[in-house]
Design a protein around this ligand. Structure first.
Ligand code: ADP
Length: 187
């Protein structure tokens, strides 16, 4: 089973993805974590990605498409995965759709974590002081929210055509939202 977590920065994809991955015994693929690890390790990928990430911009598809391909090809992701932080652009969505279709698979559920913009900003600013992420500056936060609206939000309509998008109001406690997701998935 493949589950896509869609939502703006700060919507709680990482938090709910972790809960869900543990509960369902599925691997979670998080492009943001993979990129941050590459930055930390100083690999060519990390060096390329860092300048985009720090500004809150998307790392270009020329870089990300290969990464996505690699992750989906891993044996752990044979039978399913939780997708967190990708696809984020139309080209990434096409790649994911095509790769899964070639294997006779598809995205079974798309969970749209829905949080009002004001609350997103509040969460991201709160997290900035806790985690010290280099892209949690006010300017980068503003850019990330704009980029989400421009490049990623259109994917909602793309997937809604297939009818498997579930909107999850994501402003309660972690527990409440997890319970709602459980209800939606029926497991
Ligand atoms: P958030 O959604 O809270 O901004 P992420 O950890 O998902 O945090 O992403 C952090 C940064 O990593 C993004 O701003 C972007 O620069 C880069 N990134 C992560 N995933 C992708 C992706 N699928 N495509 C392009 N860039 C990505």
């Amino acid at each position: 089973m493949f589950i896509l977590l869609l939502g703006a920065p700060g919507a709680g994809k990482g938090t709910q993805g972790k809960v869900l991955a543990e509960r369902l015994g599925l691997p979670k693929i998080t492009t943001g974590d993979i990129l941050r690890a590459a930055v930390q390790a100083g690999t060519p990928l990390g060096r390329e990605a860092k300048r985009y990430m720090d500004e809150g911009k998307l790392v270009p598809d020329t870089v990300i498409l290969g990464l996505i391909k690699e992750e989906l090809a891993k044996p752990e992701a044979n039978a399913g995965a939780i997708l967190d932080g990708f696809p984020r652009t139309a080209a990434q969505a096409e790649l994911v759709d095509r790769t899964l279709a070639e294997r006779g698979q598809r995205l079974n559920h798309i969970l749209l974590l829905d949080v009002a913009e004001g609350e997103l900003v509040r969460r991201l600013q709160g997290r900035a002081s806790l985690e010290g992420r280099s892209d949690d500056t006010p300017e980068a936060i503003r850019t990330r929210l704009q980029v989400y609206q421009r490049d990623t939000a259109p994917l909602i309509a793309h997937y809604a055509q297939r009818g498997n998008v579930h909107r999850v109001p994501a402003t309660g406690t972690v527990e409440e939202i997890a319970t709602e997701i459980k209800r939606i998935l029926g497991r």
